[in-house]
Design a protein around this ligand. Structure first.
Ligand SMILES: Nc1ncnc2c1ncn2[C@@H]1O[C@H](COP(=O)(O)OP(=O)(O)OP(=O)(O)O)[C@@H](O)[C@H]1O
Length: 322
């Protein structure tokens, strides 16, 4: 679907993409990176809306630098920022976008009605968009990306500004774009967890460079860890420290985590038995042994040069910060 080779984009004061080489197949792919990682820049180059400084990009086998118009005819694009004219209705707008994509007027009207229904806009589609909620605007932006029945859609931060319910609905819609209509999706977010739920494949970029590209299943596996909490006892007034030492003797490294917990990598399934036996031998109580996940910040650190380490987080926050 998408290939880039050594793709670089330099602005006068910042390098937005730095030798990025990726190969994205059919399906739903999540592109995750902190704000400023280069996600929007990549999308603009893929669509032929901005030139690369160096390197090449192709979409559906077409060259982004040369065939931008042909690419845009077959690809839907949902931009990140608010871009809807406030004084026209969703129906008028999406019909217009469908006609711009080359659909005859009648087909444009029919496709618009179907697509707006599909994204969950009903009576309100006849009202001016200036009065819409953020969630409704995101749905219109998604509808205009889908109306010409593209082979691929590029969705730039589609959950931006949505409340938790709105996010869930949008993620469900994105999943169905592929499962029901067979349209491939590249969706960006700075939230790893939402992309894990939605995508078959995850690409992580930082500072315009590739950090990881792998299937979601292997990504989640590779970033899995175990959080352990134990009681203290008279013999071991600091139970966590005693367990850390006992596990180290058994060849299992741990790091301290918030809430007097320990965290360790799940190298293989035998680690559960090792922990159980160590806790039992020390005569401690096992309060918690829970599979957690790293924060995305740790994924970033684990891809950084050796020596850049850090303490494990609580496994619940996955928002990217720089
Ligand atoms: N037209 C421009 N001129 C100069 N610098 C730019 C321009 N567009 C983007 N940048 C810079 O390039 C870097 C990458 O920006 P980009 O918008 O691609 O990141 P992003 O990952 O999409 O982040 P966000 O989610 O915040 O949009 C940022 O440092 C940004 O400030």
């Amino acid at each position: 679907m998408i290939q880039t080779n050594g793709l670089t984009k330099r602005y006068p004061r910042v390098t937005a993409l730095d030798g990025l080489t990726i190969d994205i197949r059919a399906g739903v792919t999540g592109l995750v990176g902190a704000n400023g990682a280069g996600k929007s820049t990549l999308i603009k180059i893929l669509l032929g809306l901005a030139p690369a400084t160096e390197g090449t990009a192709s979409v559906l086998g077409l060259d982004s630098a040369r065939d931008g118009a042909a690419i845009r005819a077959q690809v839907g694009y949902m931009p990140e920022h608010d871009c809807l004219p406030p004084d026209v209705s969703a129906t008028e707008f999406v019909v217009h976008m469908a006609a711009m994509s080359g659909l005859p007027r009648t087909a444009a009207r029919e496709r618009t009605a179907d697509t707006l229904r599909h994204v969950g806009l009903f009576e309100e589609r006849y009202r001016p968009m200036g009065g819409y909620s953020t969630g409704m605007k995101q749905r219109v932006k998604l509808a205009q990306a889908l109306v010409h029945d593209p082979k691929l859609v590029l969705l730039d931060e589609p959950t931006n500004g949505l409340d938790p319910v709105g996010r869930d609905e949008m993620l469900g819609l994105i999943r169905r774009i592929h499962s029901e209509f067979g349209i491939s999706v590249l969706v960006t977010s700075h939230l790893l967890r939402e992309l894990e739920r939605t995508s078959d494949h995850i690409v992580v970029i930082d500072g315009g460079s590739l950090l990881r590209s792998q299937t979601t299943a292997s990504f989640v596996e590779a970033t899995a860890s175990l959080a352990i909490e134990v009681t203290d006892s008279d013999t071991h007034p600091d139970g966590a420290a005693a367990l850390a030492a006992a596990l180290a003797e058994r060849g299992v490294a741990t790091t301290p985590a918030p809430g007097r917990q320990l965290r360790l990598e799940i190298a293989d399934e035998t680690v559960y038995d090792t922990v159980r036996d160590a806790v039992n031998d020390l005569g401690l109580g096992l309060v918690r042994m829970e599979r957690g996940r790293h924060e995305i910040a740790e994924v970033f650190r684990s891809a950084a040069p050796a020596g850049v380490g850090g303490q494990a987080g609580d496994g619940t926050s996955v928002e990217v910060t720089r």
